[in-house]
Design a protein around this ligand. Structure first.
Ligand code: PLP
Length: 416
């Protein structure tokens, strides 16, 4: 059985018509109205759950330890393999530990924040919905007194040099809802006293991450490798482990946030002994994604695939007379959650409600055509388009999608 819920009408892969993909700025609107002749083979461009890896079928789950305890020999071995394979692919240093934790990336971030923060002042950087969520939780749920919040609007990033590395610092590597990522880890002090706590769910396996600059790194399976959702990954540096063993926060910690007991790390969590019950189907699927990643050349190949997807869209945007990047600065532009805004002056002249309405129409038109699913911007983000460009998305599919964006915009504009 195929992963795609609906089959595209045209299944013969054709390279996108380059003359359409590089749509000249001077092109007439009449030309926009020509429906492109080929569609992406896989119309799944959602930013999570993301497209399954090329060639995925349910057969990938044949070896799943279904009906078996996750604490059986086979269950534990599979969980340990997810940890081992992930560390290997990511070239994570041996002194970092990695565990499978409950409640996806959110669970991993929250368990780190709740169990480690409060020992010293905290700086949080936020420039889109998820970072704002962490910042809100630090202020309103953990009620941290010594908290500095650095914010920027959608499409921009705060001045990261404001981080005080005697403090703990919380940030996202890639803001999925604005398509803005940190440019690199140069701003993170190598000799920091505080912890660098990084939500990296839309970045891990698609971007170079300097592990030694980070102390807590989180992600979830359904992003870059296209796994099934529900489980989080939590990586800790030796300094993060030290914090867990030396600091007891003055707040209640639910069972699923507890990573130490009596001042000692619960090491089993980082060897495949999960706190609670994982889905062995999801575990099998995560292993399938990791095997695929290895088979295509590992991390560098995954990064290259994502970069190629961004490049295809950048080339098209450079020629477009109506679309631009939300992240105008290429150094902070995401190659995974690629967020576009509509720059056409005729669109800009519309009311905010009308802009949102027309952006939605564009998205639903492409959904109806089975060309692209789930490419609307995030609910809290400015109206526009968000195309996932992680490694499981084929560049040929992105190239096939681009002329359809022109077509769909032409249709929508006709209704202004
Ligand atoms: C940057 C970021 N953080 C957190 C989350 C929440 O992740 P999850 O649903 O895996 O908990 C997402 C989901 O898209 C995300 O993009």
């Amino acid at each position: 059985m195929q992963a795609a819920p609906r089959k595209p009408d045209i299944v013969v892969r054709k390279r996108a018509d380059r003359s359409l993909a590089r749509f000249p700025k001077t092109q007439t609107e009449e030309f926009i109205n020509v429906k492109p002749s080929s569609k992406p083979i896989n119309p799944c461009f959602s930013s999570g759950p993301c497209a399954k890896r090329p060639g995925w079928t349910l057969d990938a789950l044949q070896g799943a330890a279904v009906g078996r305890s996750h604490r059986s020999k086979i269950g534990k071995a599979k969980l340990a393999e997810v940890i081992g394979q992930s560390k290997k692919l990511l070239a994570m240093s041996d002194d970092y530990i990695l565990g499978v934790v409950p409640a996806s990336d959110t669970g991993a971030v929250e368990m780190a924040m709740w169990s480690m923060l409060g020992e010293r002042p905290v700086d949080v950087f936020a420039w889109e919905s998820f970072g704002s969520g962490w910042s809100g939780d630090l202020k309103n749920q953990l009620k941290l007194k010594d908290l500095r919040v650095f914010k920027a609007d959608y499409g921009r990033i705060p001045d990261l040099c404001q981080a005080d590395w005697t403090h703990d610092v919380v940030f996202t590597w890639n803001g999925t809802t604005s398509g803005v990522r940190v440019p690199n880890g140069d701003w993170i002090a190598a000799d920091r006293q505080g912890l660098a706590i990084c939500d990296a769910t839309s970045a891990v396996f698609a971007m170079d991450i300097p592990w030694n600059k980070l102390d807590v790194i989180t992600w979830s399976w359904q992003k870059v490798l296209g796994g099934e959702a529900g489980h989080g990954m939590l990586a800790l540096s030796p300094r993060a482990v030290k914090r867990l063993e030396s600091f007891a926060p003055d707040r209640p910690l639910p069972k699923i946030f507890q990573m130490s007991k009596g001042g000692k790390l619960s090491a089993g969590i980082f060897q495949g002994e999960t706190i609670n019950t994982p889905s062995m189907l999801c575990v099998e699927d995560a292993l399938d994604g990791l095997k695929w990643a290895g088979s295509i050349g590992g991390l560098s190949a995954l990064i290259a695939r994502s970069q190629a997807n961004l490049k295809a869209i950048e080339d098209w945007v450079a020629q477009s007379n109506w679309a631009g990047f939300l992240a105008e600065d290429p150094s902070i532009r995401s190659s995974t959650s690629i967020c576009l805004k509509i720059t056409d002056p005729a669109y800009a002249a519309l009311s905010a409600d009308d802009q949102a309405k027309h952006a939605k129409s564009l998205v639903s038109l492409l959904d109806k055509e089975n060309v692209a699913y789930d490419i609307g911007s995030y609910r809290d983000a400015p109206a526009g388009i968000r195309i996932w460009g992680g490694a499981t998305v084929e560049t040929a599919d992105i190239e096939s999608l681009l002329p359809w964006l022109d077509w769909a915009y032409g249709q929508v504009k006709a209704a202004f």
